[in-house]
Design a protein around this ligand. Structure first.
Ligand SMILES: NC(=O)c1ccc[n+]([C@@H]2O[C@H](COP(=O)([O-])OP(=O)(O)OC[C@H]3O[C@@H](n4cnc5c(N)ncnc54)[C@H](O)[C@@H]3O)[C@@H](O)[C@H]2O)c1
Length: 285
């Protein structure tokens, strides 16, 4: 396989989850954050998640300690020099991701290293072309929370080496225990292309006063057997991320159902981003 050391760029909700997965799989994992404070927050969140797994009996003491020992944190790209795989999980902004991939191109020394993005919607080829090695760049789209959700979308661009697609499919399946869906490099891939219009429709229903948030969510939980309703799921994803993903999909396809609803834009402007800020469609105290 050849993946011995992993880097995760952006240790937030998704990056922290991916790092937890690779650390639990026995791989030394370095998390690159934007500041020392962000790195501390990331470490605390991963530790809480590992502690919960220990309390629930999903990890024993030895596996908990081994996972923690596999994690290191940095703010310096130089510490990513010898990794075999990078998973980028910063905010859903093309400009930021392009800047980061250009920096990774300079920092990661092995020409065989794979540079992957966890983007929810941005075309992989656009990110790949920010590097001098687009054949080593691929989409590895984990779902939230990454340690729990079984799916990974593997998204090669038109420039990705077939060997990279094969090795990442095997890595996600055999090392991380995930189920892989192979997706073409179209904005939103498979899941978000279907999910975003549905979540947008729920927000429009709520904004129109069609039904309460609880009734919309209960409708889909109890009537369609979804584990979460669309508004609580949007709160979990993060309304800022939802808005950026919907904008990318609209830019790609031009269909109105991808457009972020006005209420979503107002909530993001107000800083009501869902669970991560304590307030979204629901109040989390
Ligand atoms: N939230 C979801 O449900 C979900 C699901 C799948 C994929 N994604 C995708 O994953 C990515 C991250 O989303 P998230 O929900 O984890 O966001 P988040 O806001 O929780 O985390 C982003 C992290 O990136 C860090 N960061 C910002 N600039 C950086 C830089 N220059 N260098 C290093 N770190 C930097 C931030 O400090 C933060 O910790 C996005 O592309 C998003 O579309 C999100």
């Amino acid at each position: 396989m050849g993946i011995q050391r992993v880097a995760v760029v952006g240790g937030g909700q998704m990056g922290g989850g991916v790092a937890e997965l690779t650390a639990k799989a026995g791989l030394p994992t370095v998390i690159k954050e934007v500041s020392a404070e962000a790195a501390e927050n990331s470490e605390a969140a991963i530790r809480r998640s590992l502690d919960r797994a220990l309390e629930r009996g999903k990890l024993d003491e030895a596996a908990h300690a081994a996972a923690l020992a596999n994690l290191t944190f940095t703010t310096d790209y130089a510490d990513l020099a010898d990794v075999d795989l990078v998973v980028e999980a910063v905010v859903e902004s093309f400009d930021l991701k392009a800047e980061i991939f250009a920096a990774l191109d300079g920092a990661v020394t092995s020409p065989d290293a794979v540079l992957a993005s966890n983007t929810s919607s941005i075309p992989i080829i656009d990110i790949a072309m920010a590097t001098g090695r687009p054949e080593q760049v691929i989409g590895l789209h984990f779902f939230n929370p990454a340690p729990v959700m079984k799916l990974v979308e593997v998204i090669p661009s038109v420039r990705t080496n077939e060997s990279v697609t094969a090795s990442m499919t095997a890595f996600a399946t055999d090392v991380l225990g995930k189920v892989v869906v192979a997706a073409k490099d179209r904005a939103g891939f498979v899941v978000n292309m279907l999910l975003v219009p549905y979540l947008n429709a729920a927000m429009r229903m709520y904004a129109d006063g069609h039904a309460s948030a609880e009734d919309i969510d209960n409708g889909m939980k109890l009537g369609a057997a979804h584990p979460m309703g669309p508004l609580e799921l949007s709160d979990m994803i993060g309304l800022d991320t939802m808005m950026l993903v919907a904008e990318t999909l609209f830019a790609e396809y031009g269909d109105d159902f991808y457009l972020p609803p006005p209420l979503l834009r107002r909530m993001v402007a107000a800083g009501h981003l869902g669970r991560k800020t304590g307030r979204g469609f629901y109040d989390y105290g």
